[in-house]
Design a protein around this ligand. Structure first.
Ligand code: ME8
Length: 653
């Protein structure tokens, strides 16, 4: 097949740091739908997905789990219920699956790194900056949001290391020109974002090696360094075609690619990746499409937040096709969308059970009942009554293709459902149940049913990228031999005496209230199970990042007895406490407790908790050696009291 007829499409390669959620499923299903659409159009398609397995985060997770990084990722990728299982369940038709720990990829990356080095685009330097460990990204001060990582909102830390740098700055102008073509990166809003936020403020050279951890691909000419995970990851799109390796040999055939990615990694795909390709003298990707996020209650789903909708559970309850369809039908591909179970159930009820399922079952039931399953060839058209439906069904494929070619699956499905609604209305307008009562109208009845069968054939055929199993089942029911594009562009393909078949309801209606209640129960059970497994309360929302237990024990927390307590002169906040810390010498601590204890004498004789190993300091001109612990809830603040029988000086642990 000629190269003009090839279509190469990719998903991001996902981090196997945890089970994937509905957001990853959304991206993979969308990419699968585009791949299936192109196959339907007769293209020679290469569809690639995979996993991004190196980096510090995986290394840390493996350590926590007490296994090697390789064992850790093997389990998440290949283990039961892992990523491969999920894509199988979701009926994903990828042609290849790449793991960045695959041997051929590892060798290719070493060659790719050397290519860029030999081109004079990689040099050795020193890196310092604010580093976000979970995202494996260095950020400049100006990129931080409230001092935290702009991508994930977590704290960053200052880091410094010897590193190799890629001359990204050298490619600022050609990358900007590429972005401005308007075709390369879509939707267009992302182009403005990239130029305004990254290119115009000045592209800095990119740090492309690390020495601070070892779970990565070593730079072969300087093995203390491992290749920066994004250089390793982005290159998957060419190593999976055999670039710089012998495993495959179709780089020239399939490259360039269409990359489907989430909006948060558009920066890597539309700036860094083109610059790397330019350095290697390779053609640019055909397109980068940055899709939006699925949100839950307005927040991003993430593997670490716990508010994850489980694609396994949803597919099991409603069927894989229903879930795939919902994801593609509901959320405009370039924008964010709010995921909810309610939305999913109403989509199944309205679109699938009602508009599509009913039309198929009513039509095939009528052919069955009125003509024993096979239409007579004697049929009577009614130009006036049939024209609109036939015209809509005939022109559908063109409108649909326009939307699919623009990566707008929700609009393509919207076009199909306009025709399905028209067909449902056509039944009511022609009232077959009245036609059957009049022997002279049998030919007309046959034609009405034929028009419906043909409309169903076209509509369901065009649903094949989204619901492959359902589309095949409907094709069977309406007597179509198979599904091919040519036939979907024409009305009147089936023989007049077509035989149709009835079957079970394709999508039974779901009782919304009962189902939501059932889901709530499942979710509560899942939370409890998770809590039991981790020993933590799943509803607890931490306000601070975790600390190591050793760090906690660095605090010298003691029980102290209040010997005296009085207001500090000239201050309306401070109280001066004279305390027995068990040492025999009274200790003085000042604390801002005055507003909460208008009569400080009530505190005398009480035992409270203090940290004693803080450096001494002066407050309102008086010495303070330590800090008293208090509990606060809104405006209410009180000292933490200790039972009387505990002696002063006792250690808190
Ligand atoms: O970023 N809504 O991997 P990753 C929609 N390894 N899509 C979502 C989503 C959500 N809530 N959450 C995730 C990485 N995604 C890198 C990629 S590529 C060379 C390396 C999808 O496991 C979305 O497509 O964090 C996003 O870009 C991708 O998963 C990130 O997956």
């Amino acid at each position: 097949m000629s190269k003009e007829n090839t279509f190469y499409i990719t998903t991001p390669i996902y981090y196997p740091s945890d089970k994937l959620h509905i957001g990853h499923t959304y991206c993979t299903v969308a990419t699968d739908s585009f791949a299936r659409y192109k196959r339907l159009r007769g293209y020679d398609v290469m569809f690639l997905t995979g996993t991004d397995e190196h980096g510090q985060k995986i290394e840390e997770k493996a350590k926590e789990a007490g296994v090697t990084p390789q064992q850790f990722v093997d389990n998440i990728v290949e283990g039961e219920g892992g990523i491969l299982d999920l894509w199988k369940l979701m009926n994903i038709s990828n042609d290849r699956f790449i793991r960045t720990t695959d041997d051929y990829h590892v060798k290719s990356i070493q060659r790719i790194f050397r290519r860029m080095y030999d081109a004079g685009d990689i040099y050795k330097g020193k890196y310092s900056g604010m580093y976000c460990t979970p995202c494996e990204s260095f950020w400049t001060e100006s990129q931080l949001v409230d001092g935290k990582c702009p991508d994930c909102g977590r704290p960053v830390k200052y880091a410094e290391e010897e590193a190799y740098f890629f001359k990204l700055s050298k490619y600022a102008q050609p990358v900007k020109e590429l972005l401005l073509t308007g075709e390369f990166l879509q939707p267009m809003s992302r182009v403005n974002e990239m130029i305004k936020n990254f290119i115009d403020p000045g592209l800095e050279d990119l740090c492309v090696s690390r020495t601070s951890f070892s779970w990565g691909i070593p730079v072969d000419f300087d093995p203390g360094h491992v290749v920066y995970v994004w250089v390793d990851a982005l290159s998957n799109y060419i190593t999976a075609l055999g670039f710089d390796n012998d495993k495959y040999d179709d780089f020239d055939h399939y490259w360039p690619a269409v990359h489907i990615v989430g909006k948060e990694i558009v920066r890597f795909h539309s700036i860094i990746w083109p610059a790397m390709l330019m350095s290697m003298g390779l053609p640019m990707p055909k397109k980068v499409y940055g899709h939006g996020w699925l949100l839950i209650d307005g927040g991003k789903m993430s593997k670490s937040k716990g508010n994850v909708a489980d694609p396994y559970l949803l597919a099991e309850r409603y069927g894989v096709d229903a879930l795939r369809f919902f994801l593609m039908r509901t959320f405009p591909f370039g924008s964010d969308g709010n995921f909810s179970n309610e939305l999913l159930i109403s989509c199944i009820n309205a679109d699938l059970a009602n508009d599509l399922g009913n039309l198929v079952s009513r039509t095939t039931a009528m052919v069955n009942k009125y003509f024993r399953g096979t239409l007579p060839t004697e049929q009577e058209a009614d130009e006036e009554k049939d024209a609109e439906l036939i015209q809509m069904a005939t022109s559908l494929s063109e409108k649909y293709a326009k939307e699919m070619d623009a990566f707008q699956p929700q609009n393509a499905i919207g076009e199909i459902f306009k025709v399905l609604s028209r067909a449902n209305k056509y039944i009511d307008e022609n009232a077959p149940w009245l036609l059957i009562k009049d022997e002279t109208k049998k030919a007309r009845l046959a034609r009405v049913l034929y028009n419906l069968v043909e409309t169903i054939r076209i509509c369901s055929g065009l649903l094949v990228p989204f619901m492959p199993e359902t589309a095949a089942e409907i094709a069977k029911r309406v007597g179509a031999e198979g599904i091919n594009w040519e036939d979907l562009t024409k009305f009147g393909v089936l023989p007049a005496d077509v035989t149709t078949h009835t079957g079970d309801a394709l999508f039974p209606r779901i009782d919304m209230d009962k189902e939501l209640a059932a889901l709530e129960e499942i979710s509560a059970a899942q939370k409890a199970e998770k809590a039991a497994a981790s020993g933590a309360n799943a509803d607890f929302k931490p306000v601070l990042p975790n600390v190591k237990v050793d760090d906690f024990y660095k605090n010298d927390l003691r029980v102290v007895e209040i010997l005296a307590c009085e207001k500090v002169e000239g201050s309306d906040k401070l109280l001066k406490f004279t305390l027995n810390d068990g040492s025999g010498t009274p200790r003085q601590i000042l604390s801002g407790m005055q507003p909460f204890y208008p009569d400080p004498s009530v505190l005398v004789g009480k035992k409270v908790v203090a940290i004693l190993n803080l450096p001494g300091r002066k407050m309102a001109g008086q010495a303070s050696n330590g800090m008293l612990l208090s509990a606060e809830s809104g405006d209410l603040v009180k000292l933490c009291l200790v039972p009387d029988e505990i002696p002063a000086g006792a250690v808190i642990s």
